[in-house]
Design a binder for this molecule. Structure first.
Ligand code: HEM
Ligand SMILES: [Cu+2]
Length: 597
């Protein structure tokens, strides 16, 4: 969108022109596709990388569920391949490694690369009107450091004694040499440290790009909510991933150099530290981490609900501010993960009160979601269905958080399947459905082709129904007292009656797993022979839809000048269509720009 020459010289922000030259596209295959500094290429690299680990983490979840429903029987095909010595039956040690690595891979190597790595990279420069990230080389480094981290995780499956098996938090003393003598745990530490470093690099890049490279007129309260979500996530990453890095570094020193930061009592001969210290370091990071994962999904869903309801996002500013308040409060509540560690009641009451406070801003943006859809002329395309799916599962998950935020009920439910059900609804299902919504929506911009909407709708219904059965089933068995991480819960008489529910949960999980092949087929066939995408197939106004699909290497011929918010629908001054691009002038727009400054 070219703008009258006069407008370009009205500065409303930092001097951005100097910082955004048009660089020629690299010629060699290596620089163009492998060692690329182009944010759009790096976005695709993160997407493939994340989808690979999502598949690995997903298959592991299926095998965990198989063991729970059909203990003592081999998982079809894979069981025999992996455990021929036990007739294909998953041994107890492997069960512990499976839930540990399932959780680790899903959080750090699947959801993070997809929602933060891929969509952070794709959307931030395009949606704020920039040519690339502030630090393109750092961006390249961040991706390849992640690949190194992923390699550590993959290799850990093949070392003697296998992968880490101390839970995705890797609490000491179990994760020290006392509980985990093999190299698998050390490789886990290296992998987490490296992926943490990559996240910090990305965070610095995202924060700087949003602050410094917004196009003229793109004030913070004109940024799409997708950018708000990813930006807040980057800030939390920059603040809290270093805490995790410090914790695992000390654990590494304990394992490799014989220090005693997390070893105490009988585990050592003299001096000594405290294993509970690690829990504090882990959860100071760990609770903000759940918001690091979900904030991008919240932002994306807030935008998509508006786009497909053909209405401005209800309470746009309130949603952006609620997400900011939640990010702030998320720094102050980590103790609710440790109500049973023997903390002073005064301290846990403080954490409980702050945790309950979070439900207020959460309710604000949740109601804004409903307000956006209310009386909208809703287009139920696949991205919209997945967005509504997020509203549904997050609503369920959020409500069950209240049980776990209250000390009295948490002491009973701690480490039960109720916890597993809760965080899978809030963290797994919400981010997974959010990621699918984003993939179906921005696939045309990334690859220049449309995904098949009918297949997409089948994928949606065959995902939302089983995923609800799986995680709500977990809430029920957890409420009945079933603990997590039990290789064979039927060893406990009082849990035997839960077998039928667990069988149905596993059947639903297997259906959930199988229906993902619809997505794989749709993704690959659309890449190869999908319908060519136009510049703006969804008819929405954010900047990325004002340039070709896929965009040219330099994104914008001219840096756009932003005149409107991201959700301009049904503006009476616009004739012949119900939407308005953020840089589209109506009437004497140069005056409007002046007004915006
Ligand atoms: C979509 C299908 C999924 C299914 C069926 C599933 C199933 C499970 C099951 C059964 C467990 C508990 C094992 C046990 O304690 O005995 C588990 C643990 C876990 N899952 Fe998932 N999961 C899925 C997706 C995800 C996703 C997308 C994430 C992350 C965003 C995730 C993160 C975790 C974590 C962190 C744990 C705890 C691991 C531990 O106890 O150390 N899961 N999952
Ligand atoms: Cu928490």
């Amino acid at each position: 969108m070219t703008t009258p020459a006069t407008v370009r010289h009205l500065h409303v922000g930092p001097d951005f022109h100097a910082e955004q030259h048009i660089h020629p596209e690299p010629a060699s295959f290596l620089r163009k596709y492998i060692l690329s500094t182009d944010h759009k290429v790096i976005a695709k690299q993160f997407l493939w990388y994340g989808l690979f680990f999502l598949a690995v983490g997903g298959v592991m979840a299926m095998m965990i569920r198989w063991q729970i429903a059909y203990p003592g029987t081999a998982f079809p095909v894979l069981g025999q391949l992996m455990w021929p010595q036990s007739g294909g039956v998953m041994p107890p040690q492997s069960y512990a490694a499976f839930f540990t690595m399932h959780g680790t891979l899903m959080i750090f190597f699947a959801i993070t690369p997809i929602l933060i790595g891929a969509f952070g990279n794709l959307l931030i420069p395009l949606m704020i009107g920039a040519r690339d990230m502030a630090f393109p080389t750092l961006n390249l480094l961040s991706f390849w450091t992640n690949v190194l981290a992923g390699l550590c995780m993959v290799v850990s499956f093949f070392v003697p004694m296998g992968a880490a098996a101390g839970g995705w938090q890797s609490y000491p003393t179990l994760s020290t040499l006392v509980g985990s003598p093999g190299h698998g745990q050390t490789l886990w530490i290296l992998g987490v440290f490296l992926t943490g470093s990559a996240s910090i690099m990305g965070a610095v890049n995202y924060i700087t790009t949003v602050v410094r490279l917004r196009a003229p007129g793109m004030g913070y309260f004109r940024m799409p909510l997708s950018v708000w979500g990813i930006w807040l996530t980057a800030i939390l990453n920059a603040l809290f991933v270093p805490v995790l890095a410090a914790g695992v570094l000390l654990l590494f020193l304990d394992r490799v150099f014989g220090s005693h930061f997390f070893l105490a009592g009988a585990a050592i001969t003299k001096g000594g530290g405290d294993p509970v210290l690690y829990q504090h370091l882990f959860w100071i990071f760990g609770h903000p981490e759940v918001y690091i994962l979900i904030l991008p999904a919240w932002g994306i869903v807030s935008d998509l609900l508006s786009f497909f309801s053909r209405k401005p996002a209800f309470g746009y500013k309130a949603t952006a501010l609620s997400m900011s308040v939640i990010s702030l409060l998320s720094m102050l509540v980590y103790g609710h993960h440790m109500f049973v560690v023997g903390m002073s009641p005064l301290l846990s009451q403080g954490f409980m009160t702050l945790t309950m406070l979070i439900s207020i801003p959460s309710a604000v943006f949740f109601l804004n979601w409903l307000g956006t859809m209310w009386r909208g002329s809703i287009r139920f395309a696949t991205p919209m269905l997945f967005s509504v799916g997020v509203v549904f599962v997050f609503g369920l998950g959020g409500l069950t958080g209240l049980h776990l935020g209250a000390i009295s009920s948490d002491i009973y439910l701690h480490d039960s399947y109720f916890v597993i059900g809760h965080f899978h609804l809030t963290m797994a299902a919400s981010v997974l459905l959010g990621a699918f919504a984003a993939i179906y929506f921005w696939f045309p911009k990334m690859f220049g082709k449309m995904m098949n909407d009918t297949l997409g709708k089948w994928h949606f219904w065959l995902t939302i129904i089983p995923i609800t059965v799986v995680f709500c089933g977990m809430l029920v068995v957890g409420y009945a007292g079933m603990q997590r991480r039990l290789y064979n819960y039927e060893a406990y008489e009082f849990l035997k009656h839960l077998h039928p529910i667990n069988v149905w949960v596993t059947r639903a999980a297997l259906l959930l797993g199988a229906s993902q092949f619809l997505f794989v087929a749709n993704f690959l066939s659309s890449l190869i022979s999908g319908k060519k995408a136009t510049e703006n197939p969804w008819e929405v106004g954010t900047l990325e839809w004002t340039i070709p699909s896929p965009p040219p290497h330099h994104n914008y011929d001219e840096i756009p000048v932003v005149l409107h918010g991201p959700h301009e629908f049904n503006n009476p001054a616009v004739a012949g269509k119900d939407w308005l691009a953020q840089d589209e002038p109506i009437g004497d727009e140069p005056a409007a720009l002046e007004a915006a400054s």
